[in-house]
Design a protein around this ligand. Structure first.
Ligand SMILES: [Zn+2]
Length: 93
């Protein structure tokens, strides 16, 4: 699974994030550098935190690969987080 992808918003608990959705840890501090953003792989459903940068419009850079790889071939670019309202997120790396 490759190409562009739009992740939908999941407002429930992050560990239950459904395939192809993004979420945040509700208990995380409002300070955004420490706030965790999670993605659920649209191919295999693996939920993992996202260290990437996100811009004001929810565009993620650089491309996103599944942490299950090479078992999971998911490699997505460009990636967008729909209903993103958390401002600009710097890369955690
Ligand atoms: Zn995967």
């Amino acid at each position: 699974m490759t190409g562009s992808y739009d992740f939908k918003r999941w407002a429930g608990d992050w560990w239950q994030t459904p395939k192809g959705h993004w979420s945040t840890a509700a208990t995380a501090p409002a300070d955004w550098k420490t706030k965790s953003v999670f993605l659920s792989c649209p191919a295999c459903g693996e939920v993992a935190s996202l260290p990437h940068a996100v811009d004001q419009e929810g565009r993620v850079t650089p491309s996103v690969v599944c942490p299950n790889g090479p078992k999971c071939p998911m490699h997505l670019s460009p990636v967008r987080l729909l209903e993103w309202n958390l401002g600009t997120k710097p890369s955690d790396r």
